[in-house]
Design a protein around this ligand. Structure first.
Ligand code: SF4
Ligand code: SF4
Length: 360
């Protein structure tokens, strides 16, 4: 038997946040209003939750306005699990080594999007088995996951093509979806989630609510679709691997700023930097993006000097190399790289053109 769905309102999302923080004692990391955008970090009060905003997202363009359908943000759960800058170790003058601490207490990931949940699975795969102890420590603190489903995907989203959304199937404790106005539908994804929803005393959703939810979810799935299948794009990309002209054409507007790498919830590359203050040497792992010029620079030279080779690597890593290594896509269709590219370079367009020129 399917678990019951519950009906509530936007204020119940705020109540859920408060319950996790105050009664469960969890540190809540989630989306929060951050100037004219939405960031990801510790949510210190319900007033920071982006409950009544929606994002207008187009290639190279992002605006918040009032509404209830925020879809995308410039940060993601990666900003907690694999932050932009992490101290790896400190070495003192006497050569004693101080290991970093991952922080204390349980964590709730709050209102993450279904595509983000897939992105966390990608990161888990990459860093799994404790091979990255910093990641393992942060991941181990996550005790509760709340998902906000997208019933009105943004204009740069293509999560139904990558199979990451717009609704969530597993890997969460509570998911909720904004039906419109103030109405919100909640669904449990685990016994712990079920218990929390029962504690909140929400009423069961009516058949009409459930039908409305399913109708909106189907429409959302159609809207977040690219029009070409991932397998078609992969076949085309394989054929176009050595086609320099194709890669130059699709990357011709690229500025090599690496903004796409920074906002991508699955990009994971770091470089180690030593910072020495005369007494203590601090080794820091900081994000580095494959689109930047210095990424391919090594002691013996540069292995991706031309920009098109770096854009090609970005696309192929997500769609060919990562699946070859792990069996799953490295792109979750969140559209952030499209939205936050200052030049409007559109990954979706590159995939569609690949199918057009390389044949599906
Ligand atoms: S594709 Fe866009 S965001 Fe990425 S490096 Fe090029 S200009 Fe910057
Ligand atoms: S490549 Fe672009 S669409 Fe895919 S996960 Fe990264 S930011 Fe999202």
């Amino acid at each position: 038997m399917e678990a019951p769905l519950y009906r509530g309102g936007l204020e119940d999302v705020a109540r859920l946040y408060a319950l996790l923080r105050d009664e469960r004692g969890l540190v809540v990391y989630g989306y929060r209003l951050d100037g004219g955008s939405i960031g990801f970090g510790v949510v210190r009060g319900a007033s920071e939750l982006p409950l009544r905003v929606e994002a207008e997202a187009e290639p190279g363009r992002y605006r918040l306005r009032s509404g209830v359908g925020f879809t995308t943000s410039h940060q993601s759960p990666k900003n907690y699990l694999h932050p932009p800058r992490q101290v790896v170790a400190r070495v003192r003058e006497d050569l004693s080594v101080e290991e970093p601490e991952a922080g204390e207490g349980g964590v709730a990931l709050f209102a993450v999007k279904p595509c983000d949940l897939s992105a966390v699975e990608v990161l888990d795969e990459l860093f799994r088995a404790g091979a990255n102890p910093l990641y393992a420590a942060r991941r181990g603190r996550v005790k509760f996951v709340v998902v906000e489903e997208c019933l009105r995907p943004g204009n740069t989203c293509f999560c139904s093509t990558t199979g990451s959304g717009p609704t969530a199937r597993e890997g969460f404790d509570v998911a909720y979806a904004k039906l419109g106005g103030e109405a919100v539908l909640f669904k449990p994804g685990s016994p712990a989630g079920q218990k929390v929803l029962e504690e909140m005393g929400l009423e069961e959703a009516s058949e009409g609510d459930v039908a409305e939810y399913r109708g909106l979810a189907e429409e959302a799935s159609r809207r977040a679709c690219l029009g070409v299948a991932v397998e078609e794009a992969q076949r085309a990309l394989r054929r176009l691997l050595g086609d320099r002209g194709f890669w130059e054409r699709v990357s011709e507007r690229c500025l090599a700023c690496s903004s796409c790498n920074m906002v991508c919830p699955t990009c994971f590359c770091t470089e180690l930097v030593d910072e020495y203050d005369g007494r203590v040497d601090t080794r820091v792992a900081q994000w580095v993006g494959c689109l930047s010029y210095t990424y391919g620079m090594v002691a013996g030279g540069h292995f991706r000097r031309e920009l098109y080779t770096r854009y090609r690597h970005f696309v192929l890593h997500k769609f060919l190399f990562y699946p070859m290594q792990t069996g799953r896509l490295g792109c979750v269709g969140c559209g952030r790289c499209v939205t936050w590219c200052p030049a409007g370079v559109d990954l979706r367009e590159s995939l569609i053109r690949a199918v057009g020129e390389g044949g599906g």
